[in-house]
Ligand binder design. Sequence first.
Ligand code: NAP
Length: 277
Amino acid sequence: MEKIILDGRIVAQEVKDSLVNRVEVLKSRGKVPCLATILVGDNPSSETYVRMKQNACETIGIKSIRIHLPEETNTQDLIRRIHELNNDDTIHGILLQHPVPSHIDERLAFEAIDIKKDVDGVTSAGYGQTAFGFGSYPSCTPSAILRILKYYQLSIEGKHVVVVGRSPILGKPVSALLLNEDATVTTCHSKTRKLPDILKQADIVVAAVGKPEFIQGQWLKDGAVVLDAGYNKGNIGDIDYESCYEVASAITPVPGGVGPVTIATLLKHTVDAAERL
Ligand code: NAP
């Protein structure tokens, strides 16, 4: 069986290449696309993710502003900062790095982001639009998963997709996006019974569990397409790569799969927003 490694770096590069000229045009009109990132507290993984996103902005000429708030920031202070960014015409996209410290109401903070600047697709309005099929900025990782499938011309229509995970920024929106592409979608979660039996029926598997090497190759159907959104300590995904590689017809590696396309999608959304605002 021919096996395809779904190389996210190639897909991400294509997205970034398509943005360079658009950024130049914006700049020639006196508008520098700008992403504001907000990091609360000192979670080292979050710091790394924010740095990666800022570095990626730089590579194509997007300006990024980093707002680093102390751990003890409360919900109201955070929301006040978000409102300032909403009202700042020089900012086109706002990214609040998840997770925020547990004493903050993260949902309330996400909801404070103006939908016109919600380039990470975290507001409930953005999610609703995604589910209805007309949103401007679907959540970045779900968009990245779709982009990879399309880049490699892997058909979605009529396929049984099993998504493992139902978080508001990943499992739920990717289920919605795939449903809109005419897949038959099963969304699984921690209370799902007989997960391996369900996965055995999947033509396409999306792993969004947050548990390193959780999904096993012997749970999968021969020839399944496997997209691993997981990103755990030590560059480990949510699938057991070795055993899944054996049975899959196409598979994303970690690192170098969904992650780079997620970041490229964030850049694209920021440029889209700068053009629209
Ligand atoms: P999350 O909020 O922790 O959600 C995890 C989901 O997995 C939940 O819906 C949970 O079910 C489900 N789950 C947990 N244990 C399970 C089990 N034993 N069987 C079936 N389902 C189970 O995580 P997330 O933010 O969606 O992130 C998921 C993964 O993607 C993580 O590895 C994260 O690092 C990664 N991620 C990657 C990117 C990227 O750019 N590549 C971006 C974001 C996230 P319940 O709802 O019942 O609790």
